[in-house]
Design a protein around this ligand. Structure first.
Ligand SMILES: [Zn+2]
Length: 372
């Protein structure tokens, strides 16, 4: 890449220099006492001005640095040119773009830790030979979103989803039902080894606000114990069925050390069971800090996610767990607190004032229109 860019740069400078014959050298007025400044325009002209004239010229599109009137443009095959900015439109018609990120993407080798920029059209062949998408690092300042999956694990759908996540070096959060865990020990161990969040969706999908006392606690306890038996860890967080909670539920979640996680983008995958609809529900609305709700028990959901993951990464999103996002954006999630998203506005209200620590909480705490 570097070598190609070097050659292209050299060639481009030659072309530009030839193009400027007759314009440079510029007529210098030797009689002037004032030292003159050479300035450049985006269409390739250069002229000399007195310092006071030069200041004025800056306001009408002249630059004192030659490099400021140039732009690098790339084609889909990776070839590049350096052109005058005024010629951008002309080269766009020939298929060049100034948007480097639309042509190249980063891949990294998990064994050697090498990171390189490759053509987007070549990324899949790198993935096929063991490379991963991205640079292998979480950038806390770059956009990120959390894909979350409820009601699983599914016997076939969840392993297929893990294949897709692994191939793309993406992670997700799984809100699993305690009574589904026992038969899915291998799948859950794999989630853990991939760095996914293993979280609870209660033991058997009971609406928690209808319970109290021991029956409420057992929805946490039985699910937590099943997970602990498999991977030796407590669930990282809980998503109450139907998004339904109250102060009692919050207190019990706090007791078990679990933040309560809702969602900001509902894909309605359970309702549509249509991959296109799920894909569009995400791409039409997704933004930095979103928590996306899916169910990993439908083939149509996995079909959608297979297309969504590369598309979201192409848009610059890092696909992280809810815990990672909480760590990166607000220094960690608090047990018993409710989070619907960590969008920039929410982060500001959560970190701006310690009194506002539950700003992301929805005022209506029940969402019965949804079967999550
Ligand atoms: Zn559910």
């Amino acid at each position: 890449m570097k070598k190609i860019l070097g050659c292209v740069l050299l060639a481009a400078v030659l072309v530009i220099c030839m193009g400027m014959k007759g314009i440079v050298p510029v007529d210098v007025d030797d009689s002037a006492n004032e030292e003159k400044v050479t300035m450049y325009s985006e269409d390739g002209r250069s002229e000399q001005f007195t310092p006071s004239e030069a200041e004025e010229q800056k306001t009408v599109g002249w630059y004192d640095n030659f490099s400021d009137v140039l732009t690098t443009m790339w084609k889909e095959d990776g070839s590049s040119i350096v052109a005058y900015k005024a010629d951008e439109g002309k080269y766009e018609k020939e298929g060049y773009t100034t948007n480097y990120a639309s042509i190249f993407a980063k891949v990294f080798n998990p064994e050697t830790e090498e990171v390189k920029d490759v053509l987007k059209s070549e990324v899949q062949s790198y993935v096929d030979s063991g490379w991963k998408r991205g640079n292998g690092k979480l950038d806390p300042d770059a956009p990120m979103i959390a894909l979350t999956f409820d009601d699983g694990p599914g016997a076939k759908t969840t392993p297929r989803l893990l294949d897709i996540l692994e191939e793309n070096n993406a992670r997700a959060t799984f809100f699993m039902l305690g009574d589904h865990m026992k038969g899915a020990a291998d799948t859950i161990k794999r989630m853990q080894s991939m760095g996914c969040d293993t979280a609870s969706h209660t033991y058997d999908h009971t609406q928690l606000t209808s319970l109290s006392g021991d029956s409420l606690k057992s929805q946490f306890e039985n699910s937590n114990n099943n997970l602990k038996d498999i991977i030796g860890e407590n669930p990282s967080s809980v998503r109450p069925p139907y998004g339904s909670y109250n102060d009692t539920v919050k207190n019990v979640a706090k007791e078990y050390g679990m933040p309560i996680i809702l969602w900001s983008v509902d894909t309605l995958d359970w309702k549509s069971k249509n991959a296109d609809a799920v894909y569009n529900a995400v791409m039409s609305t997704v933004q930095d800090g979103d928590i996306l709700l899916f169910h990993d028990i439908y083939d149509s959901t996995i079909d959608a996610v297979e297309r969504l993951i590369p598309a979201l990464m192409d848009e610059g999103y890092q696909l992280v767990t809810v815990s990672e996002m909480g760590e990166a954006k607000i220094g960690g999630l608090e047990p018993g607190h409710v989070y619907t998203d960590l969008r920039p506005g929410t982060v500001k209200s959560l970190t701006g004032s310690s009194n506002n620590s539950e700003k992301s909480e929805s005022s209506n705490n029940s969402n019965n229109s949804n079967n999550n």
